[in-house]
Design a protein around this ligand. Structure first.
Ligand SMILES: Nc1ncnc2c1ncn2[C@@H]1O[C@H](COP(=O)(O)OP(=O)(O)OP(=O)(O)O)[C@@H](O)[C@H]1O
Ligand SMILES: [Mg+2]
Length: 494
């Protein structure tokens, strides 16, 4: 049989352990009690024998008789109902005998005699024949007690008694144990069942509620008790997990909705423009204008689709990242040259500086990573800096090589980001100023920063943004560098 539930397992183990403990304990108790009772029984026999010795010794007449060993007079004094007393000489002649012994003699075997003569009192359980002659069924226990005078053995006092009462009480104890131990185990099993039910009911409840929490009912939560016990903590942990799942679901839905919305806008514009163009015959310049605008919208759609694809690949872990030694300084230079044409259209200058301790202009900064991905990150960041800068301003790209990592700062003097927007700018589709950024030069999808951050972190680095609204923005990037293959770096300037 295979035990399926923890509940049954616990009860089973509990009953087995409790049953074993109780049985061992009861066995030990019974054994000790039996031994103690037998010892007490022997002690009472021995005390009786001593009392007889006292009686016999006080009687000078009897003593006289013992010495002469002539008289075989049965002892008239009945020594209690359950006592058979016999006094015999060393030679085996009966001197006295209690009346209830009638004609039956208590036996003295040579072994017992030898032991008794060696100053021992000897206890023995009598053989069946003697027992049957005296009391029928049952058992007799006897002490043979030697009496010495002047170191000379004089006579033996024998006291025998029926062990029936002793056996009776032992039987009663056995019965008691045989009935009470199984009853106690049964009670323990029932108690265990009750306790297990009490302990596991809340867990059953958790299971039922957790089962009912599905994609449609993600807002359901487990009840948490007021007492801070294991079940409350389990419910709390599961609730926290459900919170995260719900949030992930919400983000997923939001993402799909945002993505559709972002794609819909340029498609609507595109459709509108083409429909207007088709409505009436136009001059060829007009067609060129409309087609140029259409190309712009298609570029935008392509960009969104590209970014969505990148995100999908990032999330599914399918985005292949190379791990090759690459020159960070060269990548930065490349990104600057790729964006400066676009920047110069608005008379925005981009300065590239390397701030190393030695003051040298050209510094090789080598790291392991994916050149294309890093280039796209820096182009993205420079694109932001240009987009959100005013005309005729200057953007600085600063590279600060360090011992184990290099720092890159992209500093602009543009519109900056409001403090309430700052925590969200890495969220997908988040644009700080929607009305402005959805139009013209500022038009973006709000995906660039979240992708950039992910890519930088995939290179073991970090990306953060400091910004003051109206004053400008600084993007800080930290990237781990490779030690070998580049000149010894000094710590970055403060
Ligand atoms: N240098 C900056 N100066 C001011 N605001 C910025 C700057 N960089 C980012 N932001 C703000 O953060 C938002 C998110 O930037 P992100 O690059 O993710 O999106 P985007 O530039 O709007 O679109 P995309 O990069 O996908 O074309 C921007 O919309 C803008 O509001
Ligand atoms: Mg951007």
């Amino acid at each position: 049989m295979k035990i399926r539930t923890i509940r049954t397992k616990i009860i089973f183990l509990f009953v087995v352990i409790f049953g074993l403990t109780l049985s061992v304990f009861s066995g030990a108790l019974y054994f000790l009690y039996a031994r103690q009772s037998a010892q007490n029984f022997d002690l009472s026999l021995s005390n009786d024998a001593l009392a007889i010795v006292g009686m016999v010794k006080g009687d000078s007449f009897l003593e006289q008789e013992i010495i002469s060993g002539l008289i075989h007079q049965p002892l008239q004094a009945n020594f209690g109902t359950n006592r058979y007393v016999q006094v015999i000489s060393i030679s085996g002649n009966v001197i006295m005998r209690s009346s209830d012994l009638k004609n039956t003699a208590l036996p003295v075997t040579p072994d017992v005699l030898a032991l008794a003569l060696g100053h021992h009192q000897v206890f023995e359980t009598l053989d069946r024949r003697t027992t049957r002659a005296l009391i029928g069924e049952g058992r007799l226990r006897m002490v043979t007690y030697p009496v010495f005078e002047d170191l000379m053995p004089r006579y033996l006092v024998q006291v025998a008694a029926n062990t029936a009462t002793l056996e009776q009480s032992m039987l009663q104890l056995r019965l008691l144990l045989f009935i009470s131990v199984p009853l106690a185990i049964l009670a323990a099993a029932l108690g265990g069942l009750f306790i297990a039910k009490k302990a596991f009911d809340p867990i059953d409840k958790i299971i039922r509620t957790a089962r009912s929490i599905s994609a449609e009912h993600l807002d359901r939560r487990l009840e948490t008790g007021k007492v801070d016990d294991e079940v409350t903590r389990l419910s709390g942990t599961l609730n926290a997990m459900f919170d995260r799942i719900e949030e992930a679901f919400r983000l997923q839905k939001q993402f799909t909705a945002d993505a559709s919305h972002e794609l819909k806008t340029p498609l609507t514009i595109l459709l509108g423009e083409i429909e207007v163009a088709l409505a009436n015959p136009r001059k060829s310049e007009d067609y060129v204008k409309i087609l140029k605008s259409a190309v712009e919208e298609i570029r935008r759609i392509t960009k969104i689709v590209d970014e969505l694809l990148t995100i999908a690949r990032l999330e599914s872990g399918q985005l292949q990242m190379q791990k090759l030694p690459i020159r960070l300084d060269e990548i930065l230079l490349d990104s600057v040259s790729k964006t400066s044409a676009y920047a110069s259209r608005r008379s925005i200058g981009i300065n590239f500086e390397i701030h190393d301790a030695s003051g040298e202009e050209s510094e090789e900064v080598i790291l392991e990573g994916d050149e294309d991905k890093l280039l796209s990150v820096f182009i993205n960041l420079l694109d932001n800096a240009i987009k959100y800068s005013s005309d005729n301003s200057l953007i600085r790209v600063v590279l600060i090589p360090g011992r184990d990592s290099a720092k890159v700062q992209i500093i602009d003097r543009g519109i900056g980001i409001a403090p309430e927007d700052l925590p969200h700018i890495f969220d997908r589709f988040y644009r700080a100023d929607k009305s402005r950024s959805s139009e013209g030069a500022h038009r973006g999808t709000g995906l660039g920063l979240s992708i950039s951050k992910y890519l930088i972190e995939a290179h073991g680095g970090s990306l953060s943004i400091d910004s003051v609204k109206g004053e400008g923005t600084t993007v800080n990037i930290q990237l781990p560098t490779r030690r070998e293959g580049r000149p010894i770096m000094s710590p970055p300037k403060a």
